[in-house]
Design a protein around this ligand. Structure first.
Ligand code: FE2
Length: 406
């Protein structure tokens, strides 16, 4: 199979090509013939939220996503409503309980707004499940077909950390807007008018780069091993101890990735330190392990940040000292814009042997101090901003302090 053929249907729909994806998310060539659990890429990030109707509007109006499909009582789904949103190749599905006995409401009571399912696109659902079962993974849903007039989707699901799951989806025989049971739907929100008719609205982000999981103290290596053994993922990078420690708190992190590097999972666990780390805070308020942040790849982080700020999205503040630090200036060298432009927006920069990246983090998206977004613009670097971790964590600690959780 050539790399071109392995573009996901979402990437093709979003008119992304291989060169763009190499830059955006570090896509690499990969032959999956020998892979017992081949993964093509992301299928969707599925959220359980307290009010999907309003969250969908928020992601459309503030984050510039496009509403493409819907499921709910009007379509025969009496349990919950679900809104399918897209930006480039990124697909979010927001679910909120309608029936008072909906399991989505139980999930939300325990965890608050968060990611319930990191769904992955795979070419052979049955092969993946057979392998996963053989090596001891928990199969939550056996492979089965679901069909409607648009064709057939084959799906299954396995359990991962906390109450999170990985649905495995083969939609190669399907051309509907999302899954059987969903109908096409668009939003009445008029972005073009609201922005003064300045031409076609631009996508604020084009692809999903990575999703970070926070796991229990002492269990990071177990989860790294899970992804290695069950899904054939490989280690990408490793940060331990002092790499990610401030004077007060510490965490450990390892990154695993699928063969073509589209799907990257950094896994964090808290490390023992003087005070509570952001991971401890997450684990307490999410009431267990879960997805901590989703990194959204953009090819113009300055414009994206400006537009999101104009919509009222709040980012973690970066102190001026970060930009004035001569050591940092020397380390980052030349980037595509003057450092002052980054400083104005609080955008962080990191460089490694392959290149550099620009990144910034939002404040938590919901009521609890749990899930948030990262925006990332890669220029060769395949890292995750290791050099920024300390500055970043100090910024997070200031926020924790304000919440009384430090
Ligand atoms: Fe990240």
């Amino acid at each position: 199979m050539s790399l071109q053929e392995t573009l996901t249907s979402e990437e093709r729909l979003a008119e992304l090509d291989l060169d763009t994806l190499k830059q955006l998310v570090g896509l690499v060539e990969y032959d999956d013939h020998e892979d017992p659990f081949p993964v093509t890429g992301w299928d969707a990030a599925v959220w359980a939220v307290g009010n999907a109707t309003q969250s969908a509007h928020f992601f459309v109006s503030a984050f510039g996503m496009e509403l493409v499909a819907y499921s709910g009582p009007e379509t025969g789904n009496r349990d919950h409503v679900a809104f399918v949103l897209r930006s480039g190749a990124v697909r979010f599905v927001l679910k909120g309980g309608v029936d008072p006995s909906s399991p989505i409401l139980d999930h939300h009571r325990k965890h608050g707004d968060g990611i319930v399912d990191i769904a992955l696109e795979v070419p052979d659902v049955d092969k993946c499940i057979a392998h996963a079962r053989a090596v001891g993974a928990t199969v939550l849903e056996e492979p089965h077909d679901i069909s409607d007039e648009h064709g057939t989707v084959r799906v299954a699901a396995i359990a991962t950390y906390g109450d999170t799951r990985h649905s495995l989806v083969d939609r190669s025989r399907y051309d509907g807007p999302y899954l059987p049971g969903y109908v096409a739907r668009s939003s009445g929100f008029d972005r073009l008018n609201r922005r003064g008719g300045e031409g076609a609205p631009r996508r604020l982000f084009q692809a999903l780069d990575h999703i970070v999981g926070n796991v229990e103290l002492g269990r990071m290596d177990e989860w790294v091993e899970f992804y290695r053994k069950v899904m054939g993922f490989t280690n990408m990078a490793e940060f331990i101890g002092d790499d990610i420690a401030t004077d007060y708190s510490a965490l450990m992190s390892k990154v695993v990735a699928n063969g073509n590097h589209r799907v990257k999972f950094p896994l964090n666990e808290p490390a023992v330190a003087k005070k509570r780390s952001q991971i401890d805070e997450y684990l307490e308020f999410y009431d267990g392990p879960g997805a901590q942040h989703l990194a959204l790849a953009t090819n113009d982080i300055l414009d994206t940040v400006d537009r999101l700020r104009a919509e009222g999205i709040e980012f973690l503040a970066t102190p001026d000292s970060y930009y004035e630090d001569p050591e940092l200036r020397a380390r980052i060298g030349e980037v595509r814009v003057p450092v002052e432009e980054l400083q104005k927006r609080g955008i962080l920069v990191d460089r490694d042997e392959d290149g550099y990246l620009l990144q910034i983090f939002t404040k938590p998206l919901g009521d609890r101090p749990t899930v948030f977004f990262e925006l990332i613009e890669r220029h060769g670097s395949l890292g995750f901003g290791k050099g920024n971790f300390k500055a970043l964590f100090e910024a997070i600690e200031r926020e924790q302090e304000r919440r009384g959780n430090f």
